[in-house]
Design a protein around this ligand. Structure first.
Ligand code: GTP
Ligand code: MG
Length: 425
């Protein structure tokens, strides 16, 4: 099963409400970057709730529900309004789209009231800001008591800020439905490579390892755990081809070498890059290492405030590997703790984030969007380590979309190299 096959009930349901012609359908197209909803200047174009399953970056698999205008009239119109409002009961996050000329009225108050009664968060969207730029500074928030973002669905302006607001207001407990469940079949053997070295805590497994084991069991598969030294032996002794091998990032090289090429292979940190954030953005971030130059500033962002150990991954190993790769010195700043990334983000050429086991998906996505707004590539420890060790392509084998992102780079760089060669001749 791929991400696109995420069961309907497990997707984040985002529904758009508003009066006719407010631009609900246009906004769906702007959010997804595709022409998925029919738009026209005739009020009442959308007549029934239309649900579409899609991948909305960086949120992941979502169900977007377009609805008919809330100011429709006549017996049929009233029926449509009731149908639109009924969508609220299956909504995780509501967008209330407002045409600034028509402003806030009974329809808008009704949506906010009903959503409030059943605990659905609502984000207000002031649309058509290209026509009425002055509307952006009106105190909408005070009028309706919900957060507001001003956009132009037509010009696709303000859409990233709207996505940040979505991430901020998704329900706190929202997470992707599964860590590995969509990558395996019931009965599959999943081999987990867990080094027991001095970085491993005494007497227990760390949280991401526990969570993967739990997810494998929940999906009726078989979890087998080995240290990196025993992997080869375990694979030989199994008698069946494993459905997946998952390694700790510190054993990338050995585990990749000992896993047959036809066995899907990845790491705990890549699984969590997807579960806790957006794998594609982080793979994109790994590409930026190639453009780093001596003297560039790199931000190391850790979510927890652990006591750094002697050979600390974020403070010692990654800076060392990056300096070696760049062939010169780099300036590193380290921040730790949760909350937004620092305001001077644009000063950095790369953000290297920890695995985020102490952050929830919402917090991590918010940070990814912050980096995107500042135009700074962002990668995490595990994806970066795979890249620096030359095993990222192998470790992305279960994720075709991420492979495309990685390969794009290779293709483009090959072409650029050819161009340069051509010029030199
Ligand atoms: N100038 C401008 N026009 C917009 C914007 N967004 C939508 N429109 C226009 O407004 C009209 C209505 O847009 P729709 O997206 O169909 O609106 P809707 O809310 O889905 O309307 P119904 O389906 O009828 O309820 C179309 O002519 C759009 O091109 C915008 O940001 N700026
Ligand atoms: Mg519509």
């Amino acid at each position: 099963m791929t991400l696109n096959a995420t069961p309907k009930g497990e997707r984040l349901h985002i529904a758009l409400f508003g009066r006719r012609n407010a631009g609900k359908s246009s906004l769906i197209n702007a959010l997804t970057g595709q022409e998925v909803a029919i738009v026209s200047e005739v009020p009442g174009t959308t007549t029934d709730p239309v649900a579409k399953a899609m991948e909305l970056l960086p949120l992941g698999p979502v169900m977007i529900i377009d609805t008919a205008g809330l100011d429709d009239v006549g017996p049929l119109g009233e029926l449509r309004v009731q149908r639109s409002l009924a969508v609220l009961s299956k909504t995780d996050l509501a967008l209330l789209v407002i045409d600034p000329v028509r402003g806030i009225g009974q329809c808008e108050q009704e949506v906010v009231k009903r959503a409030g009664e059943i605990g659905v968060p609502v984000v207000g969207v002031i649309n058509k800001i290209d026509l009425y730029p002055e509307a952006a500074s009106r105190p909408w928030q005070q009028e309706l008591g919900i957060p507001f973002v001003a956009v132009s669905a037509l010009l696709r302006w303000g859409i990233d800020r709207l996505k940040m607001a979505l991430v901020r207001h998704v329900p706190k407990d929202w997470a992707l439905p599964t860590i590995v469940g969509d990558l395996i079949q019931p009965g599959d053997v999943v081999v987990l490579v867990i080094p027991i070295d001095k970085a491993a805590p005494r007497g227990r497994l760390i949280l991401p390892q526990q969570q993967v084991i739990r997810d494998v069991l929940e999906h009726d598969a078989v979890a087998v755990m080995v240290k990196e030294r025993e992997l080869k032996h375990a694979l030989g002794a199994l008698g069946v081809k494993p459905g997946l091998v998952v390694t700790d990032a510190s054993a990338y090289l050995k585990a990749a070498a000992d896993t047959p090429p036809d066995v899907p292979f990845t790491s705990f940190s890549i699984l969590f890059a997807r579960y806790k954030g957006d794998l594609l953005t982080l793979v994109e971030g790994a590409k930026a290492v190639k453009s780093l130059k001596p003297g560039d500033r790199v931000l190391i962002a850790e979510a927890c405030t652990h006591h750094p150990i002697q050979d600390d991954i974020g403070r010692v190993k990654i800076p060392r590997w990056l300096r070696q790769t760049v062939g010169g010195d780099l300036l590193f700043d380290v921040i730790s703790g949760s909350g937004p990334l620092p305001e001077n983000l644009a000063d950095y050429k790369l953000v290297v984030h920890c695995g985020a086991c102490m952050l929830n998906r919402r917090e991590m996505l918010y940070r990814l969007l912050q980096a995107r707004e500042a135009g700074v590539p962002i990668v995490n420890y595990g994806v970066l380590m795979a890249y620096l060790h030359g095993v990222l392509k192998r470790a992305l084998s279960p994720f075709p979309q991420a492979l495309v992102v990685l390969e794009e780079r290779v293709d483009m760089e090959d072409e650029l190299a050819l161009l340069r060669q051509g010029r030199q001749k």
